[in-house]
Structures are given as structure tokens and as C-alpha cells.
Design a protein around this ligand. Structure first.
Ligand code: AMP
Length: 125
């Protein structure tokens, strides 16, 4: 069974400009905006503009152009926020919560870029 994208999810509404967001950067295929409930001093979400539920859905169905654009937009956000360790930033964490066990709340692919403080262990053990 394939994925059934929910057109009423909150990020679809942001993309249709039905609700506002705090945009960090935007490209032809991707949008980055601040998380409304930040878990760290820097907490930005990057989403593709296409209707993809999660990472495996995206990689299976997106065009090469969309995939390259999305990855470059994530890197652009890291650069804009000066998080790159090689440019004297203190680093960051990239997270893509997926499905039930990944505890994904919004069924539109998004990567979290978290930074601005030491983030602690990756998961609760
Ligand atoms: P996830 O559990 O990975 O699906 O996380 C969804 C994220 O979306 C959470 O960190 C929320 O705080 C964030 N979020 C939900 N609604 C909005 C919104 N309208 N604008 C920005 N971020 C949002």
C-alpha cells in the first residue's frame, strides 16, 4: 500500500499560505521556517514543497532536482545560522521524526535543525 498524503496537515496549509510562518529561507522546491515551539535556541524546520509524507516517500517519488534542492536548503539553513563546525559554529542536530515509533506529529516531511546549545543524548535509553 502506498502513502496517502493528507492535504489538510498544518504544513500543507503553510505552503498554501492559509496560515503564516516565520520564514528563514525559501527556494523553488523547499521552505525553511522557525518551529513554533522551539526545543532549543535555534530550531528550524525545512520542508519540501511537494506532497511527501516522510523521508522514504520523498526519496522514492521526488525528482533529482527536488532532492538536491531540499538537501541544499538544509545546508543553507545551517550556514545562515552559523552552525557549521568548520566555520567555528558549535554544531547542530538534524532530525526527521518518522511514523509511529519516530513520533511524527505532522505528516509532511520535515527536518528539524536544532542548535544553539549542547543538545544532550540522542534518545532516552
Ligand atoms: P514532528 O513531531 O517531527 O512531526 O514535529 C512537528 C513540529 O512542528 C513540532 O516541533 C511543532 O512545534 C512544529 N509545528 C507545529 N505547527 C507549527 C506551525 N504552525 N509553525 C511552525 N512549527 C510548527
Amino acid at each position: 500500500m502506498g502513502y496517502q498524503y493528507d492535504q489538510d496537515n498544518i504544513f500543507a496549509k503553510i505552503l498554501r499560505k492559509e496560515i503564516p510562518c516565520d520564514t528563514v529561507c525559501e527556494t523553488k522546491h523547499s521552505l525553511a521556517f522557525k518551529d513554533i515551539n522551539p526545543a532549543s535556541p535555534i530550531h528550524i524546520l525545512i520542508i519540501p514543497k511537494g506532497a511527501y509524507i516522510n523521508f522514504d516517500h520523498f526519496v522514492k517519488e521526488a525528482s533529482e532536482e527536488e532532492i538536491i534542492d531540499f538537501n541544499r536548503t538544509i545546508a543553507e539553513v545551517v550556514q545562515l545560522e552559523k552552525l557549521n563546525p568548520d566555520l567555528d559554529g558549535h554544531g547542530y542536530r538534524l532530525i526527521a521524526n518518522t511514523g509511529l515509533h519516530g513520533v511524527q506529529e505532522v505528516p509532511h516531511l520535515h527536518f528539524h535543525v536544532l542548535g544553539g546549545k549542547a543538545l544532550g543524548p540522542m534518545v532516552v535509553r
